[in-house]
Ligand binder design. Structure first.
Ligand SMILES: Cc1cc2nc3c(=O)[nH]c(=O)nc-3n(C[C@H](O)[C@H](O)[C@H](O)COP(=O)(O)O)c2cc1C
Length: 368
């Protein structure tokens, strides 16, 4: 009885993709792709297949080109080896009646010369975002990047387009554009890291231009099976923090997205009290404010539990809810929700390394 009533366990139509429940596995970088090709392997295939009970899996952030990399051991989707590796993953998820989108990512200035034979990475402007990149030698501070030329920006839009074509070949059901925390799109959106004088800088409209150009390319290839993940309330180290433009920027973007035939917006909630911050006005109405602006499918994220996730959907504040950390130690998370089985705790020391340990060795629950 109870199981049938849980909103999280009801089906949902996301464009042409029928989801068996409204539990989304949020993207998680796990840094388990250690081969030189940065191609997914049978280890990654096992990990994703184990989690195919989710209504939708969104993969870890995946580099769209060799110059989009910001962390070690993160997969790409720009070579034939990588496409073949991902095909293993999508086939295995589909064999278990799961659905899987790839999260397309570009690190921009959130990278390090170690990834580019000593060449400095590029970003919207020659301004150090004040972040850290994880290299072969551990965390290293970001440097002052080179500013992209206007032509280079247009070339990156095309790289996203090629990555989407590659995703099709690899069998993905759709794409999520990574526009959260400190990746390239937030670097364009922020006046602190984008001081360009061309059509990609200056006004909010100009700073958002890159994002819309990329989305238009992705939609051309994947139709409605395209989503985007934002984090308006992410207080990153360094320069990329909510500021006096943040609310207006997201009001503008979400309004404009209503004109796009988009699959969904995936919103990361605030992880702190917003009082006294430039986005204090979002303190008590974060999801409802954006929900009121954006008319399409909304996935809510950050710190949800079975109870709070069900309530959010019940209250009409989101259509789907995503869970990241809970999926690490609970590969069968939807089944646990259905049967009321307590959740296992993940070992944080193996979030980003450890091979199979802490990755594919968490068991499914046995109902007592
Ligand atoms: C190990 C780990 C890796 C993550 N990697 C990514 C990523 O590659 N892309 C992304 O958009 N978010 C990433 N996130 C953020 C999650 O998708 C999610 O927004 C966040 O963990 C909050 O959800 P939760 O409270 O259910 O864990 C990561 C989170 C974790 C725990």
């Amino acid at each position: 009885m109870l199981a049938m009533k849980q909103p999280l366990l009801t089906t949902y139509e996301l464009g042409a993709v029928q989801l068996k429940n409204r539990i989304v596995m949020a993207p998680m970088t796990r840094r388990r792709v250690t081969n030189n090709d940065l191609a997914p392997t049978t280890l990654n295939t096992t990990y994703y297949a184990q989690r195919a009970g989710a209504g939708l899996i969104i993969t870890e952030g995946t580099a769209i080109s060799p110059t989009a990399i910001g962390f070690i051991n993160v997969p790409g989707i720009y070579s034939t080896q990588q496409i073949a590796g991902w095909k293993l993953v999508t086939d295995a998820v589909h064999a278990k009646a799961g659905k899987i989108f790839v999260q397309l990512a570009h690190g921009g200035a959130a990278s390090h010369p170690d990834f580019y034979n000593g060449e400095i990475p590029a970003g919207p402007s020659a301004i150090n975002p004040g972040l850290q990149a994880f290299t072969q030698e551990g965390f290293k501070d970001t440097v002052i990047p080179r500013a992209f030329t206007t032509e280079e920006i247009k070339a990156i839009v095309k790289e996203f387009s090629q990555a989407a074509l590659n995703a099709k070949q690899a069998g993905f059901d759709g794409i999520e554009l990574h526009a959260q925390i400190y990746t390239l799109i937030p670097q364009f959106l922020s006046a602190a890291t984008n001081q360009r004088m061309d059509e990609y800088g200056g006004s909010i409209e100009n700073r958002a231009r890159f994002l819309f150009e990329v989305l238009e390319e992705l939609i051309k290839i994947y139709g409605k099976q395209v989503g985007i993940k934002f984090s308006p309330a992410a207080f990153n180290p360094g320069l990329l923090k909510p500021d006096g433009f943040t609310i207006d920027t997201f009001d503008y973007i979400l309004n404009k997205l209503n004109n796009y035939d988009l699959g969904y917006v995936h919103l990361l909630g605030p992880d702190r009290d917003l009082k006294g911050t430039p986005i204090e006005a979002l303190q008590d109405n974060y999801f409802s404010r954006f929900r009121n602006i954006y008319q399409g499918t909304l996935i809510a994220n950050l710190g949800f539990t079975q109870q709070t996730g069900n309530k959010l959907i019940d209250d009409g504040l989101a259509d789907l809810v995503s869970f990241a950390a809970p999926f690490i130690a609970n590969p069968d998370l939807p089944r646990r929700f259905e049967l009321g089985i307590p959740l296992a705790e993940a070992d944080q020391s193996t979030y980003y390394s450890g091979g199979a340990t802490g990755y594919t060795d968490y068991p499914v629950a046995v109902k007592g």
